[in-house]
Ligand binder design. Structure first.
Ligand SMILES: [Zn+2]
Ligand SMILES: [Zn+2]
Length: 207
């Protein structure tokens, strides 16, 4: 698949492009932390599926190009050492998740920011290859096919390793290329806020 794929918030202030969409890997994550992120944002339309899963496209951060509205980008984390979760201030659209350590050259883009008019996720990024953290799901979502899962995982891990040894991880629009610090200071939830959010998620999951 050629061409870049648009990445944007609901209101359109924030816009970016994803180059080489064919290199992306789609996964659905059912973990309670991703569900907590949805609660934190005020339940963005379409973010979670019926089982509480988030459809995520893992891409190389260097394939993401910010076009406009960078000042709308905000960052949060459920815990002091947790995943960095990026969203927009303007309309609280989830954008993606990164590790805290930029040497892990990963950004998991949230599907809703990739689903503009006329865009077809499967055509651009391929089918969902992995379903992870199913123990956090509501009900019983379908499982990944083992061969598909391991092939996708192997390709993804090889990409991570290559980014690390080649130094290409330094090209990452979410992090400062000199210091390796996130470009937006993450808002870390207090223990109390995190507990409250978790209780909400567990109540919604009926567990
Ligand atoms: Zn917006
Ligand atoms: Zn998750």
């Amino acid at each position: 698949m050629s061409g870049s794929h648009p990445l944007r918030c609901r209101c359109g202030k924030f816009q970016a492009l994803v180059d080489h969409p064919g290199r992306g890997t789609r996964a659905v994550c059912y973990c309670r932390d991703c569900q907590a992120f949805a609660h934190f944002l005020g339940h963005p339309p379409g973010m979670l599926d019926a089982h509480g899963g988030t459809d995520i496209v893992a891409v190389r951060p260097r394939d993401v190009r910010f076009v406009q509205g960078f000042e709308q980008l905000a960052c949060m984390s459920l815990t002091p050492k947790g995943t960095l979760r990026w969203f927009t201030r303007c309309c609280r659209t989830p954008i993606g998740n990164t590790a805290r350590d930029w040497k892990i050259s990963h950004v998991g883009l949230v599907h809703t920011a990739l689903e503009g008019e006329g865009s077809d996720l499967a055509a651009a990024f391929g089918p969902v290859r992995m379903r992870v953290n199913r123990q956090g799901a509501r009900g019983k979502p379908e499982a990944s096919r083992p061969l598909t899962f391991f092939a996708a995982m192997a390709r993804y891990m090889a990409g991570l390793a290559w980014s690390r040894v080649s130094g290409k991880y330094r090209a990452n629009p979410f992090f400062d290329s000199a210091t390796g610090e996130p470009k937006v200071q993450p808002q870390v939830l207090s223990l109390e806020e995190h507990r409250r959010l978790k209780a909400e998620v567990d109540a919604a999951a009926g567990a």
